[in-house]
Design a protein around this ligand. Structure first.
Ligand SMILES: Nc1nc2c(ncn2[C@@H]2O[C@H](COP(=O)(O)OP(=O)(O)O)[C@@H](O)[C@H]2O)c(=O)[nH]1
Ligand SMILES: [Mg+2]
Length: 394
């Protein structure tokens, strides 16, 4: 018999991106309003969405973000709208904003600017690959569907940042007129939602991603294999599965010989569970906190990587003074503080609190990383920055 789970729609997190004034918030309001008529959303008004609430991450990073929740035929959609680019960047960098796909809102007015470059760079760094183009303000005189100039510029721009600009679907609409209830433009919103269903792909659930668990604690007992304990971040592991122990020392292959949650043996565990994993043939002396257990080949042991970093302001608990190139700090990842330095292109002299920058990190130890691995930067125990890996080196 089919279980109830099969009828629960998958959730997808969608970011609304584009330059200021092009209609992101109006579109977000219009979507909820049109779908409310179809009983798939609660209508949200523009003023409420424009008055985005503040969110505070565990690291102290604060940012503003509105959310609209609605149902399409295929999924439950959580759509984000932020007042400024930095709110998007801070939300994503601090790990509080998860983005699976995006709607790029571009006004067709002649003053089209390339001001969405920073958004495209951000999404690319976070591995978001599916973007729908919404060409907005088509109610205005200079309506551009015929010449297609704006569309071709946007496609070119997407290609330039490594997205599939040629395949990205495009919808010509008017967020404002849809919000005001004009039927032809309301239908464009419905077309956008249908396109989201067909073009966006289901996000891979954490439990279906490759297995990964940092080593937080180590347990030993007589007549048993050494056990590594922590919360499983992604994937699923079963007894007898092969696993790799990565970071700090040479990478080693081993096998999961047992799984325990508390005192209860398990056959398998998944993302979100906290478990002790028995490691066949690994003596206590060969394993330490900060290493990572993962599916073979999914993480690299690196001392140097590229990252995107946000430097906390003093109000967020960060520094008052700028950070100079080649600054020294502790980089916290996988439950370990590792001494290291960060540097950036020569033409940028310093990083001010509140800045966001691409940096190269060099650690004093080799750590298990992959694109997307998050870390915090601490000085004297205080979190001064948050970041994530965008590229790794051997
Ligand atoms: N004519 C017209 N104006 C629009 C449309 N969508 C948004 N606007 C106007 O553009 C301005 C900026 O919209 P807003 O949603 O705040 O843009 P955001 O900064 O991208 O969130 C507002 O004055 C809106 O009323 C549209 O489809 N047609
Ligand atoms: Mg807005």
């Amino acid at each position: 018999m089919a279980s109830n789970d099969e009828f629960i729609k998958q959730a997808i997190f969608i970011d609304t991106i584009g330059a200021k004034g092009h209609g992101k918030t109006t579109l977000t309001a219009a979507i909820t309003q049109v779908l409310a008529k179809d009983h798939m959303a609660v209508a949200q008004d523009l003023a409420a969405l424009n008055n985005a609430p503040q969110h505070k991450a565990r690291s102290g990073v604060t940012f503003y973000r509105s959310e609209a929740v609605y149902e399409s035929s295929a999924r439950v959609c959580i759509q984000y709208d932020c007042p400024s680019f930095m709110d998007h960047a801070k939300g994503m960098n601090s790990g509080e904003t998860r983005v699976d796909a995006a709607i790029l809102v571009v006004s067709q007015e002649p003053d089209f600017s390339r001001a969405c470059d920073e958004y495209l760079m951000l999404l690319r760094d976070f591995g978001v690959s599916h973007i729908i183009i919404f060409i907005n303000k088509c109610d205005l005189d200079q309506y551009d569907e015929l010449t297609g100039l704006v569309e071709s510029l946007v496609r070119e721009q997407l290609n330039g940042y490594g997205f599939d600009g040629d395949r990205a679907p495009v919808i010509y609409g008017s967020a404002l007129q849809a919000l005001e209830g004009v039927p032809v433009w309301e239908d464009k919103i419905r077309e956008l939602i249908r396109t989201m269903d067909s073009y966006f792909v289901d996000p891979v659930l954490f439990k279906n991603q490759p297995f990964m668990m940092p080593v937080e604690d180590i347990f030993t007992s007589p007549r048993r294999d050494t056990q590594a304990y922590s919360r499983i971040e992604t994937g699923t592991i079963r007894v007898h599965d092969p696993v790799e122990l990565v970071g700090i020392r040479d990478t080693r292959q081993t096998t999961c010989s047992s799984i325990d949650i508390g005192a209860h043996p398990q056959e398998r565990v998944s993302a979100g569970d906290s478990a002790a994993i028995g490691l066949k043939g690994i003596p206590r002396s060969d394993i330490e906190r900060g290493m990572v257990l993962c599916e073979a080949g999914t993480m690299k042991s690196c001392q140097r990587f590229e990252a995107r970093v946000y430097c906390l302001t003093s109000e967020e608990g960060g520094r008052r003074t700028p950070l100079h190139n080649d600054f020294k700090a502790d980089f916290s990842l996988h439950y370990l503080d590792v001494a290291g330095t960060a540097d950036w292109p020569r033409n940028i002299e310093m990083m001010m609190p509140g800045d966001e920058l691409h940096v190269t990190v060099r650690l004093s130890k080799s750590m298990a990383v992959k694109v997307g691995t998050k870390f915090e930067i601490r000085q004297h125990g205080q979190i001064v920055g948050v970041g994530h890996v965008t590229d790794t080196f051997d």
